[in-house]
Design a protein around this ligand. Structure first.
Ligand code: CP3
Length: 375
């Protein structure tokens, strides 16, 4: 069997630290990247954003590539991965919904799904390669421009998190009450919607790998809205299906398998289950669990990613250093060698007000405190 059907001729990879950690290996230091690392805290992003609407940037491969590379350039040698500039809400768009991103207001759906009858308005099946081909183009272009400096991460939103936006019609400020009402009032229609989104996620992640993504991450940012019982019924089965079908799909196309990361914010209670049977290689942690406890629950079969509180980046240089040191000790959990299967990150995305120099300090502290020789 051929190992790959796509011959992109990408430059050879010079830094595979994150790939090794994602496979659960002990690494000489923790690889580090930051969720939302390409974005509003960077003046170079804001400059591009002043000239272009948000989704125009996502849909223009040269602009998406440029923004993906901005943090890699600025923090040269400090970041161990790039994440493609896009948004989780490109999937609802591919399903036929209008999504706007007014400056400073967050995502807005002018016509959210009002009830089960609205499912008929969604495109289905979705020709994902056609609808989201611009993301693939951006990925291929970025892989070339990265020149093998660091691996490139692709991503999508989880079915539950996307459903929450599609019904709620916007951000989290008021909570996700309408979306929650669906799962209680219309459980069957909710599951139909979740299944449809799952199919799109699977095709989309496989397409991103085909285009050149070297890892992929699923963001279940609003898992935190669900009780453990409802997470098990309305999120977990779909997350599991994504991991299984992406792996099978890559195999069927003779594409190299890539590590799959799950970030299920607020679902730390499910860590043991997720590690045992969800099929993800890496589990992302928010800051509400200590690293040692997380490792105890997850066991050694998965890698972990995270997890300091993003607000620590507002605490000044000393606080950043102190907390990074604590996090590194936690993930090293007594070993004198480097950390085992750990990718350093924040416990959620970096926020717009962070001083880019404080982000630099965070990254260099991770380099300093996560290496095997210290302690
Ligand atoms: O990580 C990266 O740097 C890659 C790009 C990326 C963006 N969004 C760019 C973006 C990624 C991975 C996302 C994921 C995303 N989008 C998530 C999951 C991660 C998380 O934080 O939980 C979610 C929930 C969304 C939906 C979304 N998009 C929201 C809630 C917002 C508004 C809040 C915010 O962070 O600004 C967006 C807009 C958005 N996505 C911006 C960027 C750079 C800012 C848009 C602007 O310039 O107006």
């Amino acid at each position: 069997m051929r190992k790959t059907t796509v011959n992109h001729d990408f430059p050879p990879l010079k830094n595979d630290l994150i790939l090794r950690a994602a496979r659960g290996e002990r690494t000489e230091r923790a690889p580090v990247w930051v969720m939302r690392q390409a974005g509003r805290y960077l003046p170079e992003f804001r400059k591009v954003r002043e000239q272009h609407p948000f989704f125009e940037i996502c849909q223009t491969p040269a602009l998406a590539t440029e923004i993906t590379l901005q943090p890699i350039r600025r923090y040269s040698g400090l970041l161990d991965a790039a994440i493609i500039f896009s948004d989780i809400l490109v999937i609802p768009q591919a399903m036929g919904m209008t999504v706007e991103m007014p400056e400073g207001k967050g995502p807005t759906f002018p016509q959210p799904l009002a009830g089960p009858d609205d499912l008929a308005k969604l495109k289905y099946p979705v020709d994902v390669d056609h609808e989201l081909g611009y993301v693939y183009e951006a990925i291929t272009m970025t892989r070339k421009e990265l020149k093998g400096e660091v691996p490139l991460i692709g991503f999508c939103g989880s079915p539950w998190t996307l459903m929450a936006y599609m019904i709620q019609g916007g951000g989290s400020r008021g909570g996700f009450h309408s979306a929650k009402r669906w799962i209680f009032q219309y459980p069957l229609a909710s599951k139909e919607l979740l299944s449809r989104i799952t199919t799109v996620c699977v095709d989309f992640l496989i397409g991103q790998v085909r285009a050149g993504a070297q890892l992929v991450q699923v963001f279940d940012s609003w898992a935190s809205e669900l009780s453990p019982h409802d997470f098990e019924e309305f999120s977990l089965p779909y997350l599991t299906k994504i991991a299984r079908e992406v792996k099978m799909g890559l195999l069927a196309e003779s594409l190299q398998p890539v590590p799959i990361i799950l970030f299920a914010k607020g679902a730390n209670y499910a860590l043991a289950d997720l590690a045992r049977s969800s099929g993800y290689d890496v589990l992302g942690l928010d800051w509400c669990i200590e690293p040692q406890v997380a490792r105890g629950l997850a066991g050694d079969s998965v890698a972990l990613q995270g997890n300091i509180d993003p607000d620590i980046l507002y605490g000044g240089k000393d606080a950043i250093e102190r907390e990074v040191e604590r996090m590194c000790k936690g993930f090293r959990s007594g070993s004198r060698q480097g950390p085992k299967g750990w990718i350093a990150n924040l416990g959620h995305g970096i926020t717009p007000g962070v001083d880019p120099e404080d982000m630099r300090h965070f990254l260099s502290c991770v380099h300093r405190y996560s290496s095997g020789e210290l302690q």
